[in-house]
Design a protein. Structure first.
Length: 248
């Protein structure tokens, strides 16, 4: 094995470990209160996901170093109809497509819908809910996910509306397959992704595993709310997810 092969193997091992840690955090929490659009994220019991529509429970067992985990999307969870324990997945030794070194994202640009927004950090809070942007102009990168360009699904979330006004991801559902997503990074590089699909899901049927589960490439997920606004709850009834793969 050459030195280059050894270094690449080490990088993939680190990336796979990051995906494994991502699963262990109970990443169903991610949606946080994007459905709530205003106010603090709801309190969630330990072991459950975040707000409705982003369920998923923490794995009941610790995986071995050679495996990664992803949240389950199975029904029967006590939280919004989807959760359960995470199945073990494969730590990919030979990922598909290009990969980039780790570097924090700073800006996301969606040329197809005229969006260019700064990116802030979104942490996982002690109550297992994720922080979200405090305004309608910032997008946020979930810091427990890979950075855009690394192996695994990087997560960027933003509001669709904020204080009853259109927010940065207001037109996210209008993106189409083949659209480009550009993510500027602290190291001066730009990760360019191509949209592979766009989904809109009732919050009780959010595809947790498809969104957050391990993948064999550098991927990106853009998440916001969608559908009609429920006047009683003040929340949108659906979630919109844009799926994309690194192309450059």
């Amino acid at each position: 094995m050459t030195d280059d092969d050894t270094n690449r193997s080490r990088r993939l091992t680190v990336s796979a470990a990051a995906v494994m840690a991502f699963g262990l955090l109970g990443i169903g929490a991610t949606g946080y209160a994007l459905a709530q659009q205003t106010g603090p994220p709801p309190k969630v019991a330990a072991g459950q996901g975040g707000h409705e529509g982003h369920g998923g429970m923490q794995p009941s067992t610790t995986p071995s170093p050679s495996t990664t985990t992803s949240p389950s999307g199975s029904a029967g969870s006590p939280h919004a109809g989807h959760g359960g324990t995470a199945p073990a997945g494969t730590a990919y030794e030979t990922p598909k497509g290009p990969l980039l070194e780790r570097s924090r994202p700073t800006k996301v640009t969606l040329p197809g819908i005229g969006v260019s927004a700064p990116i802030i950090d979104l942490e996982l809070k002690s109550d297992k809910t994720m922080e979200v942007p405090g305004n309608g102009t910032d997008a946020g990168w979930f810091t427990s996910s890979p950075t855009p360009g690394e192996l695994g699904p990087a997560i960027i979330a933003a509001h669709v509306t904020h204080r009853s006004k259109p927010a940065v991801f207001f037109e996210l559902s209008g993106m189409r397959k083949g659209d480009k997503i550009q993510v500027a990074r602290e190291d001066g590089t730009t990760a360019t992704f191509g949209v592979t699909s766009v989904g809109q899901y009732p919050k009780a049927k959010f595809p947790t595993e498809e969104v957050y589960g391990p993948v064999d490439r550098a991927a990106l997920r853009l998440i916001t709310c969608g559908g009609v606004l429920d006047g009683e709850t003040g929340s949108h009834v659906d979630n919109v997810v844009v799926y994309a793969d690194l192309i450059q």
